[in-house]
Design a protein around this ligand. Structure first.
Ligand code: VGL
Ligand code: ZN
Length: 206
């Protein structure tokens, strides 16, 4: 089959990124039926889950005088400050109730270190602390990655770019993603992905 050696990597389809959530992505829940439809086609299915301890350093509430969506200079670089979201064990951190999770081979959690955010499913935002995902995929014989989920301009884009850095052939399934779009972040993300040779495909082309 065409999708041998290929994994679907589903990024952060969690309640807090869906309408009504703490960091809602407009129309975020629209990705769920698309992901459920295509997932069985892949040789491996990976779910990433944003998983922050209370008081995480990426939360604006951890910085006196800062509001959500402002930025702060953290030891590893400039960081957007977010509303509190995906706090470990809360309903907001749970996967969307309609996401088919039983078929997942691996759930990889990220952002659990109190002082480092992790947009990418491969590396935390210091660009050097590994999540271990690349080693897992390589030992499964996977060479191609298809990305779906939330948010295209943050966690999906950084994951796909890091996937190419790890030597995987990477594509983003555009209609299976939605974005936050903060100050032109959508256009910037597509540009960065194009530069990194991340392909842009639609679910009907799989
Ligand atoms: C995300 C901001 C903060 C994402 C996660 O999943 O794109 N964005 N944490
Ligand atoms: Zn987060």
């Amino acid at each position: 089959m065409a999708l041998d050696d290929a994994a679907l990597v589903v990024i952060d389809v969690q309640n807090d990124f869906c309408p009504g959530g703490a960091l809602e992505v407009p129309d975020g829940d629209a990705v769920v039926p698309i992901i459920n439809r295509i997932a069985p086609e892949f040789s491996a299915r990976i779910l990433a889950q944003d998983w922050h301890p209370p008081g995480h350093l990426s939360f604006a509430s951890s910085h006196a005088g800062k509001a959500p969506f402002e930025t702060a200079a953290l030891p590893y670089g400039e960081q957007v400050l977010w509303p509190d979201h995906c706090v470990q064990g809360t309903l907001g951190a749970a996967f969307h109730r309609d996401l088919a999770t039983d078929g997942a081979d691996l759930v990889i959690r990220k952002g659990f270190r109190p002082g480092i955010d992790s947009y990418s499913a491969f590396y935390e935002n210091d660009q050097s602390t590994s999540t271990g995902l690349a080693g897992y995929l390589r030992s499964r014989g996977i060479s191609r990655l298809f990305f779906a989920g939330l948010a295209i301009d943050f966690c999906v884009a950084w994951s796909a770019i890091d996937g190419t850095r790890e030597g995987f052939e990477c594509a983003v399934i555009e209609d299976a993603c939605r974005g936050i779009d903060l100050d032109g972040s959508m256009d910037a993300a597509w540009e960065r992905m194009a530069k990194a040779h991340v392909a842009r495909v639609q679910s009907c082309e799989l």
